[in-house]
Design a protein around this ligand. Structure first.
Ligand SMILES: NC(=O)c1ccc[n+]([C@@H]2O[C@H](COP(=O)([O-])OP(=O)(O)OC[C@H]3O[C@@H](n4cnc5c(N)ncnc54)[C@H](OP(=O)(O)O)[C@@H]3O)[C@@H](O)[C@H]2O)c1
Length: 304
């Protein structure tokens, strides 16, 4: 099978190689990959070397079950699945992958494989931030940074589904689009300093790294979550000074939550937005486009 391998650090050093189809263990499912979701961590990992020196890139897949280990109970050959694979192993950018069934759930019936590959990491990150960490509830005011991005579009839709008042931060070209998805207010970060404009906000979902500016707009006891620059801790002094709750977190692949998200998608409560679709041979182009940081929704790679 073809697999996309990070060999040495740097996007330019990525190689497409012919390797053996993986063998499955007893608790694993062999999946024929139909589409792969690109996440910022894919290029960040290649540049930093955080996943090692030689590995198959990527986390998010959609595909068809090709074989099952004898301890697999939830899936059978021919099932259509999605999932975010084991973070420590990566392995999604390939024609086949072996994955433990706990990372997988059934693909939404109303989506193509390309659309379905957009779901796992971005939606789980948004879900865990909006519900598990912020506990967002009806009528609360939330500011969502990078709202038009892969994670932001899920965060916006989950927050609206929860009945919150959403202030979206994006560039002007995304204003009408975000309002059409229910954003109550959209601020253009190129023209408006949100930290000077807003006040008395209940919650901030931050994908950009704006902790101190966000604390300024939060009400006393307001809540902040950040998902970028996880190695830079939030200052405890600032948290105490502004009297807020603040945390950064790494999402967790969770097939129970993914199943709940799939139900919302099948119910047409949540929509999927694809920016660009690339082939395997365009992988470097795909990662550079993602790195540029202005995608609207998700980028996808499909086997050639
Ligand atoms: N901790 C975790 O578990 C976790 C999980 C997933 C992602 N992440 C991280 O979260 C971040 C976002 O991920 P993503 O997949 O949503 O990225 P993405 O899709 O690449 O985000 C692109 C969006 O960012 C917006 N943007 C760029 N600069 C901005 C700024 N200064 N202010 C506001 N918006 C800005 C762009 O809007 P315009 O085009 O309008 O400029 C674009 O819509 C990344 O750093 C990623 O590594 C963390």
């Amino acid at each position: 099978m073809k697999a996309i391998i990070a060999n040495k650090k740097g996007i330019e050093n990525i190689e497409i190689r012919e390797i053996d189809i993986p063998k499955i263990r007893q608790n694993e499912v062999l999946i024929k990959i139909k589409a792969i979701g690109v996440n910022p961590v894919d290029w960040k990992g290649v540049e930093s070397g955080e996943f090692g020196s030689s590995y198959i890139l990527g986390s998010d897949i959609s595909g068809i079950v090709e074989g099952i280990g004898n301890k697999v109970t939830k899936f059978k050959k021919g099932d259509e699945v999605i999932g975010s694979l084991d973070w420590n192993k990566q392995g999604a950018y390939a024609e086949f992958v072996a994955s433990e069934e706990r990372f997988l759930t059934t693909k939404p019936k109303n989506l193509t494989f390309i659309e379905a590959a957009a779901i796992p990491m971005a939606s789980l990150t948004a879900w865990q931030g909006i519900f598990d960490k912020l506990g967002l509830s009806k009528n609360e005011k939330i500011v969502i940074q990078a709202t038009a991005g892969g994670v932001g579009l899920f965060a916006l839709q989950f927050a609206k589904w929860a009945g919150a008042f959403v202030i979206a931060i994006a560039s002007e070209k995304n204003t009408a689009f975000l309002k059409s998805l229910g954003a109550d207010m959209v601020l253009d970060y190129n023209k408006i300093d949100f930290s000077e404009t807003l006040e008395n906000i209940d919650a901030v979902f931050d994908s950009v790294e704006t902790a101190e500016e966000s604390f300024k707009i939060l009400k006393k006891d307001g809540k902040y979550v950040g998902i970028s620059s996880l190695s830079t801790p939030i200052s405890k002094k600032l948290i105490a000074q502004y009297d807020v709750t603040a945390t950064k977190y790494l999402f967790k692949s969770n097939n129970k939550q993914l199943k709940e998200i799939v139900m919302l998608i099948e119910n047409s409560d949540i929509k999927i937005f694809i920016d660009k679709v690339f082939s395997f041979s365009e992988v470097k182009k795909a990662l550079k486009y993602q790195k540029n940081g202005h995608s609207r929704g998700k980028n996808i790679i499909v086997p050639d």
